[in-house]
Design a protein around this ligand. Structure first.
Ligand SMILES: *[C@@H]1O[C@H](CO)[C@@H](O)[C@H](O)[C@H]1NC(C)=O
Ligand SMILES: *[C@@H]1O[C@H](CO)[C@@H](O)[C@H](O)[C@H]1NC(C)=O
Ligand SMILES: *[C@@H]1O[C@H](CO)[C@@H](O)[C@H](O)[C@H]1NC(C)=O
Ligand SMILES: *[C@@H]1O[C@H](CO)[C@@H](O)[C@H](O)[C@H]1NC(C)=O
Length: 362
């Protein structure tokens, strides 16, 4: 009798277990400092027995970044798509050999605009209760799918602009164009020449079709970076060809299925923005946007261009973050100060930007 009661309780516990995370109290987290570089930073098998691909479960979030989606589907990130900044940084370094500074810079940029600063969690896709409740005075903590804060944004290679409705699922039309450009400019592969032509094409499409098109920092930087990173992250690290090029089946696996090829090895050395300058130089365009309708692209001189890293940093802190959090108090202010500190530590060593303290110091 006692035994069966125990079993009954156990059954109840098991059946409500998935709901417990919603009911638990959410502690205010003190964000830990970002991890340093990898100890071993060469190539190695990353689609290994400890990181098998698995399909998503109901409630898992996936978003606009195929690299993060893939890391979640292979268990380098929590498979539900909700992570701490430290988990994100470790995952992009471990799985794709992204260099430590870039990993830190983009992770804290995303955290500051799309993360929950009290629970120290961010969704790699849409907003989910798994990042915790909206805290007092918070912006949306909406996850990476949130349009408008500029880390992700318009003129994406394989997604439509937010103007046309938020749509983060795989788009067959854009994929067909990706293949078409790879055939025309890369002999059937995605290489740097294809990257430059397709980047140009995506920008021209948005200029011609999206009256609200905007391409200013930080999106101006990430638009070029995402074009380049497809090669840096998805090229097998054992590749010894002089030509760096991605086969279409490999690209499709990452973009559509969030899946590494069998036997995939990460990059042979830490990777960053290699290729961005070549992609930009093929079809240079200033930061800007459509003004008052389609086909009306005007430069925006207040936006940082690719040569103005510190302007990017200053605008992001003083405009983007300050607009989201004009007068934070308590734990929100403390965590903003810490996240801004970590963000600043991810600037390239050569940048030498002056550190800003919009919320004072601890
Ligand atoms: C895919 O993208 C194209 C180009 O932006 C757009 O016209 C089309 O509606 C999109 N398809 C879906 C299913 O969202
Ligand atoms: C387009 O921009 C205008 C002006 O900034 C804004 O009011 C409107 O909501 C935007 N529309 C979409 C669909 O984003
Ligand atoms: C994307 O757009 C297509 C076509 O409009 C729609 O069928 C689909 O449900 C949308 N997907 C998401 C995730 O919004
Ligand atoms: C990309 O591939 C095409 C076709 O093989 C080739 O002509 C071009 O030089 C390649 N680009 C780079 C940067 O290797």
């Amino acid at each position: 009798m006692i035994l069966s009661t125990r079993f009954a309780n156990l059954t109840l516990l098991v059946s409500i277990a998935p709901l417990l995370h919603l009911a638990q109290a959410w502690p205010a987290v003190y964000p830990e400092p970002p991890p340093g570089p990898l100890e071993f930073d060469g190539t190695k098998l990353v689609n290994d027995a400890a990181h098998p691909w698995r399909p998503t479960q109901p409630g898992d979030t996936r978003g606009p970044c195929p690299a993060l989606n893939t890391l979640a589907s292979h268990g380098y990130l929590p498979r539900n798509g909700v992570a701490t900044p430290k988990q994100l940084i470790n995952a992009v370094m471990e799985g794709f050999n992204m260099n430590n500074k870039l990993a830190i810079f983009v992770t804290y940029a995303a955290m500051l605009v799309d993360g929950n600063l009290v629970t120290n969690l961010i969704s790699i896709g849409s907003k989910t209760p798994r990042t915790g409740p909206n805290f007092h005075g918070a912006v949306s903590a909406g996850g990476l799918n949130t349009p408008g804060f500029g880390v992700e944004g318009d003129a994406s290679l394989l997604r439509g602009d937010a103007y046309f409705g938020d749509n983060h699922s795989f788009n067959k039309t854009l994929w067909d164009e990706f293949v078409d450009y790879s055939n025309r400019f890369g002999g059937g592969y995605y290489n740097l020449t294809v990257a430059a032509e397709l980047r140009h094409r995506a920008i021209q499409r948005s200029i011609a079709t999206n009256p609200n098109f905007t391409l200013v920092a930080p999106r101006y930087f990430t638009a070029y970076a995402e074009s380049a990173l497809i090669i840096g992250a998805f090229l097998d690290g054992r590749n010894t060809d002089a030509e760096r090029k991605i086969p279409m089946d490999v690209a499709l696996g990452f973009f559509r299925d969030s899946r590494m090829p069998a036997d995939f090895h990460r990059a042979a050395k830490p990777t960053g923005n290699d290729g961005v300058v070549e992609i930009f130089s093929a079809h240079p365009i200033s930061p800007g946007g459509n003004v008052g309708g389609v086909d009306n692209y005007a430069p925006d001189p207040t936006s940082a261009n690719l040569a103005q890293f510190c302007v990017l940093y200053e605008n992001f802190v003083q405009k983007t973050v300050k607009r989201l959090y004009p007068n934070p108090t308590g734990v929100v202010r403390r965590n903003l100060i810490l996240n801004l500190q970590y963000f600043y530590s991810g600037q390239p060593s050569v940048a030498g930007c002056t550190q800003l303290f919009p919320y004072g110091q601890l």
